[in-house]
Design a protein around this ligand. Structure first.
Ligand SMILES: *[C@@H]1O[C@H](CO)[C@@H](O)[C@H](O)[C@H]1NC(C)=O
Ligand SMILES: *[C@@H]1O[C@H](CO)[C@@H](O)[C@H](O)[C@H]1NC(C)=O
Ligand SMILES: *[C@@H]1O[C@H](CO)[C@@H](O)[C@H](O)[C@H]1NC(C)=O
Ligand SMILES: *[C@@H]1O[C@H](CO)[C@@H](O)[C@H](O)[C@H]1NC(C)=O
Length: 193
């Protein structure tokens, strides 16, 4: 009886996981607008050069970084794997590539400049740009989506993110993201010759 229940629960969670994977990006249309929602996980491997799978490298420090309690002036550049499910070994759907500058003198604040580069599905090779302010202590971080290319030309919106899991020993954190963007792909940009 117990085994049957566990088997059933496993099957249900597999079905839910399959549904989640296929619906990591959803679009609804309202009038002349397409509203697209993305739900995904970012794998940030910040263990330093000693780990072969590191995806985040420090590229600069300021003269005060070593004495700053908030790491002020440090800049990281990253190229992180993005998956629809939380497991890093699940299918890659995108990469997030960019820089994170520690820009708070009083608190741990990151000035984020991140490109969301889709590598799968109907929006393959379209990009969305994200730039904004993150207070590291916030459980929910909100950052503006400032534009896009391909299917997301003239897009705008916002992204919410939170820490899904963190392993300090290996510097591995998983960030859960939801992005909401509005795009009008039929918007006329240029009517001249
Ligand atoms: C990254 O590599 C290290 C060392 O090879 C390994 O212990 C760790 O599990 C890897 N991390 C992930 C998330 O795959
Ligand atoms: C920045 O400073 C930290 C702490 O001293 C050091 O570990 C790191 O290598 C430095 N990074 C760069 C790019 O100079
Ligand atoms: C996405 O685009 C890349 C580069 O053009 C291509 O290699 C890959 O097969 C495409 N993937 C899908 C799912 O269309
Ligand atoms: C909305 O999305 C659909 C499917 O990707 C596309 O064919 C259509 O052109 C888009 N319309 C607008 C107004 O963006």
């Amino acid at each position: 009886m117990k085994n049957i229940t566990i088997g059933l629960m496993l099957r249900i969670s597999c079905l839910l996981a399959a549904a989640a994977a296929s619906s990591w990006v959803q679009t609804i249309t309202k009038g002349n607008k397409n509203i697209t929602k993305f739900h995904f996980y970012v794998h940030n491997l910040d263990g330093g050069p000693k780990f072969p799978n590191t995806t985040v490298y420090g590229v600069a420090n300021a003269s005060i970084t070593s004495t700053s309690p908030t790491n002020f002036g440090h800049i990281d550049v990253f190229d992180d794997r993005v998956t629809a499910e939380a497991d890093i070994n699940s299918e890659q759907v995108a990469r997030v590539q960019g820089t994170a500058a520690y820009a708070g003198l009083q608190a741990f604040v990151i000035a984020l400049n991140m490109n969301f580069y889709i590598t799968s599905g109907e929006f393959n090779r379209s990009t969305l740009g994200m730039a904004g302010h993150i207070t590291a202590a916030d459980l929910l971080r909100e950052v503006p989506m400032i534009g896009g290319t391909g299917a997301f030309r003239l897009a705008r919106g916002y992204a919410d993110s939170s820490i899904y899991s963190i392993d300090l020993a290996t510097g591995y954190s998983v960030l859960e993201y939801k992005i909401y963007v509005i795009a009008h792909s039929d918007e006329v940009v240029w009517t001249g010759a």
